[in-house]
Each structure stands twice: as C-alpha cells, then as structure tokens.
Ligand binder design. Structure first.
Ligand code: FE2
Length: 155
C-alpha cells in the first residue's frame, strides 16, 4: 500500500487535533482574570486554525485513499493528548502551559509525518504537514511569549 506510514500519521493527527481543540476550548471557557477579554477571543483564533489544519489533513488523507477518524469514539481510542475535567481557579499561565504542551506534541507528530512522507515520496502530504508545522511553531512562540518565555524549541 502506497504511503502507509504517512496515512497512519495523518490519521493520528486528525485524532490529536480534535482532542487539542477540546483542550483549548476548555481553557477558553474556564479562564478568568485580568486578561480575559483579550485571551478569550485569542483562543477562538487558535481553535479556528486547528480546525482548518484538521480539515486539510483529513482531506489529504482521503485524497490518498485513507479514511479519517470521524467519530468522538475513534478520537478517544487514538489520541495521545490527555484531557481532564475543567477546573476553576487555574492561573492563565498554567492554562497556556497546558495548551503549549499539546502544541509541542503536535509539532513532533508533524515532524514525524514530514519525515515519513519524504521517505515515502508523498510530496503533497509533505507540503501540507510542513506548512502546518510552521504555523504550530509560530503559535508556540506566541503562547510562550504570553507567559514570558522563549520558544524553547528543544523541549
Ligand atoms: Fe467561545
């Protein structure tokens, strides 16, 4: 089967992006504090970008004869991003740290996908994964800056 490893990673990304959107949504709903009016809408923008990436990745998977996960059941069975019930009283810094941890995981997954698609000669997926990876890197920079940290690309 052509592009087997790439397909596996694309579908893993579909599950993980879906879970990550829920993680961001939780922080968007539960955040309180001085910067709420700025950060609450910022997280809408973050979720829109993730949703666009998920659609790109899933549709690329279909384009190469794959079948993206499309139920919450499948997402829960496959995602490697943890989620917990929402909690009040968590600092904005901790909320961003939670989101950034999910972003770092996704960044590494995209890297694996970039390498696999390169090895398998799937240049279309390689192009999509590279652009998604670059956008995720930029988000990590911005969210790290929000909590007063350097991007820390070695983490
Ligand atoms: Fe909202």
């Amino acid at each position: 089967m052509k592009y087997a490893k790439t397909k596996e990673i694309l579908n893993q990304a579909v599950a993980d992006i879906t879970q990550l959107i829920m993680v961001v949504r939780q922080q968007h709903w539960y955040m309180r504090g001085a910067e709420f009016l700025k950060l609450h809408p910022y997280l809408d923008e973050v979720m829109d970008e993730l949703d666009e990436q998920r659609d790109l990745v899933a549709e690329r998977l279909i384009t190469i004869d794959g079948s993206p996960y499309s139920s919450l059941q499948e997402v829960l069975e496959h995602t490697k991003i943890e989620a917990h019930p929402g909690e009040w009283g968590v600092s904005t810094r901790e909320r961003f740290a939670t989101i950034i941890a999910g972003y770092r995981y996704l960044e590494h997954l995209y890297e694996e996908g970039i390498k696999a698609s390169d090895e398998e000669g799937d240049y279309g997926s390689n192009d999509i994964l590279t652009s998604c990876h670059t956008a995720i890197d930029k988000r990590i920079w911005m969210m790290q800056a929000q909590i007063g940290e350097a991007p820390k690309i070695d983490e």
